[in-house]
Design a protein. Structure first.
Length: 459
């Protein structure tokens, strides 16, 4: 077959592996691409591992050899990149037999690391388990790379924190512990001396990532058009244009045009008010010793609380586009802005004072004492990055990664002369929150869907 020339086309190879050997069909063939009716591979900053779905049209009795626990290898070859996904099946669903004797079914799969995580447990004091290396990124690296735990061979990209995570782990799975650490980690590099948290753990095609939202935003701002560096975990910045053929065509080739553009939902300030999205109270308590609970900066549980609001905390965050971009709330009606700043909900955080450890009885770690403020910052940080949402479909391209950036140009519905103006609200750089690659089995309909987020609008 001749080499495909378009970025939106892909040559695929598909095989099944059990016990290290390739599974063959009734005819002894292990290349099973003819069985693959369609496939989808997706990654998200909200998912610890990559997931995949394979639609199988089985006219050769393949189902008889499947147990639902095999590995599936999907090899993709595009003009820009070659990639191999090895995914572990965890279920076979939607199985239907046709009158012609064949069957159609879907196989759901995920990274091997997620399956292994299900049978692993971490128990004990972190200082003993991790031999004193208890900074957040040190613990996560050991959980991911040590063969005693997940033992992945994939790259890991970890942001350093200022925390020492000294605690007793109560028989958690490794990824559960990582999620706990995400909630209690503070950036080592701060913006203007302000404490920043809001960490996320996820897998993309570059590897496993542990990073704060603020660091992700700063990386998007700094992202260049250089080639993706898989060793350093840096990605190329692409610019895509939504351009009807007769309007805002600025010379972009078809492979950099947005096919579909969807606005999933505009921020509903009514629901935001109801859920305390922009303002509220943050309370911390120690369930073991209520007398030592802290509410905000006070030791008196009953008289004081920490009141948070997005307007005063906004300046402590890093923002896509830098300082010359606008908080969408600033564009709202003045009376609504006043309502938004009214605290509605109360958020609670458990605040252990480490009375179990004599070493910290008189001098508890500062990061635990500040959990009340940090809880509020983390909530607002994760909410504000979703201020603007965009879902786009583009010709298939493998060189996109959840947690990295993309630049888009979207025309306004208002025209000045013949050519429409640029829509300042929706154009610009975005954080890629999710990537879904999908195709028919023969690769002729290879497409990529991107879920995009940003916290600001153009000035």
């Amino acid at each position: 077959m001749a080499m495909k020339q378009k970025a939106s086309e892909v040559q695929a190879s598909f095989c099944i592996i059990r016990d290290g050997a390739k599974v063959t069909d009734a005819k002894g063939k292990y290349e099973l691409i003819e069985y693959l009716q369609g496939w989808e591979v997706f990654e998200s900053i909200q998912s610890a591992t990559i997931e995949a779905s394979f639609i199988i049209k089985d006219m050769g009795g393949l189902i008889a050899s499947l147990t639902g626990s095999e590995e599936f290898q999907l090899q993709l070859d595009t003009p820009d990149e070659k990639r191999s996904y090895i995914m572990r099946s965890y279920e076979i669903v939607d199985r239907v037999r046709s009158t012609q004797g064949g069957e159609l079914y879907r196989i759901n799969a995920t990274s091997n690391e997620f399956i292994k995580n299900e049978v692993l447990n971490v128990f004990g004091h972190t200082e003993k388990i991790f031999k004193g290396e208890v900074e957040a990124s040190q613990i996560i690296k050991k959980l991911l790379k040590d063969k005693k735990y997940i033992g992945t061979s994939k790259k890991v990209f970890l942001e350093q924190t200022m925390n020492k995570q000294t605690m007793i782990v109560p028989n958690w799975r490794p990824i559960d512990l990582i999620y706990w650490i995400c909630q209690r980690s503070i950036r080592k590099t701060q913006k203007g001396g302000s404490l920043q948290n809001g960490f996320i753990f996820w897998e993309n095609a570059l590897g496993f990532n542990f990073q704060s939202v603020d660091k992700m935003v700063e990386d998007v701002n700094d992202q260049k058009t250089n080639k993706t560096d898989r060793t350093k975990g840096t990605a190329r910045l692409y610019e895509y244009v939504y351009s009807p053929k007769t309007s805002m065509d600025d010379g972009a080739s078809d492979q950099f045009l947005i096919d579909t553009l969807v606005f999933p939902d505009e921020k509903s300030y009514l629901m935001g008010l109801r859920h305390g999205t922009w303002a509220g109270y943050s309370i911390g308590f120690d369930p073991v010793n209520i007398a030592k609970s802290k509410v905000g900066g006070s030791k008196d549980f009953s008289q004081s609380e920490f009141k948070y609001g997005v307007t005063p905390i906004w300046k402590k965050m890093s923002h896509i586009g830098g300082t010359n971009k606008v908080n969408p709330i600033n564009t709202m009606d003045t009376s609504i802005k006043n309502i938004i700043n009214f605290p509605k909900r109360t958020r609670y955080a458990m605040m252990p004072n480490q009375i179990f450890d004599p070493k910290y009885q008189q001098n508890p770690q500062a990061n635990y004492a500040e959990l009340v403020e940090l809880q509020a910052y983390q909530w607002l940080r994760l909410e504000t990055i979703r201020n603007i949402k965009l879902s786009i479909g583009v010709p298939g391209r493998l060189d996109f990664y959840a947690g990295k950036g993309i630049s888009v140009k979207i025309p306004s519905t208002e025209k000045v002369g013949v050519k429409p103006e640029l829509d300042k609200k929706y154009s610009g750089r975005y954080l890629i929150a999710g990537v879904a690659h999908a195709s028919s089995g023969d690769g002729t309909s290879f497409r990529t869907e991107l879920m995009l987020l940003k916290d600001t609008i153009g000035a």
